[in-house]
Design a protein. Structure first.
Length: 202
């Protein structure tokens, strides 16, 4: 009797191999053949689930963002001081707590750079930016509605500024990994949010 293949398990196996190959060799050297080799599968087995390179890249990035959103939901559900919650929410975008999170950060940076030069991925890149921007809006809105921000501020503008800061911090943490751990990231996020909040919370 032929072995029944769990499709979700097999796709997870393939995507984890994809992460490993991209992390160590970059998108430009990542091929379906290399992914199959890393996953211990035949090329045909990988192509059964992902016929084209774009298919597996799209799925892999979706997995990263699903994990990202799951972390966000966990933080948002915590009941604590509003400012502390904002700090913890913003920290989730700059993932340095575990090696897996650092790898996901690294892949996100590499994908962003690759997509910038490849029109085929522009829409996907913009969709991910919207996810981050909406999350930044949630942080700013929470601070605003709880009296931490001046009534004259424009939430959309502040959210854009926050995501620019977070994106820069993410790139820094990937390029200069030796200088960024969880404590450093928290300090930088805390300093930024304190700077935009009212003086009494500094």
């Amino acid at each position: 009797m032929p072995k029944i293949i769990d499709h979700n398990e097999r796709k997870t196996q393939i995507v984890e191999a994809t992460f490993d190959v991209i992390y160590h060799y970059g998108f430009e050297k990542t091929t379906l053949r290399e992914i199959a080799k890393k996953a211990g599968l035949s090329l045909g087995a990988v192509q059964h689930f992902f016929p084209k390179q774009k298919d597996i890249y799209t799925f892999a990035m979706d997995v990263i963002f699903q994990r990202f959103e799951q972390r966000m939901q966990k933080v948002e559900q915590k009941e604590e001081d509003v400012f502390e919650n904002a700090v913890n929410m913003a920290k989730q975008i700059v993932q340095v707590q575990t090696e897996v999170e650092r790898m996901e950060n690294d892949i996100w940076v590499k994908f962003t750079l690759m997509a910038t030069m490849n029109p085929e991925y522009q829409e996907l890149k913009e969709n991910y930016r919207k996810v981050n921007l909406n999350f930044a809006k949630n942080i700013i809105s929470m601070l605003y509605h709880n009296g931490y921000l001046a009534s004259s501020i424009h939430i959309e503008d502040k959210a854009h500024s926050l995501i620019i800061f977070i994106t820069g911090l993410t790139f820094e943490s990937v390029i200069y990994t030796q200088y960024y751990n969880e404590q450093v990231v928290e300090q930088k996020v805390r300093e930024y949010l304190t700077g935009i909040c009212k003086v009494q919370h500094a």
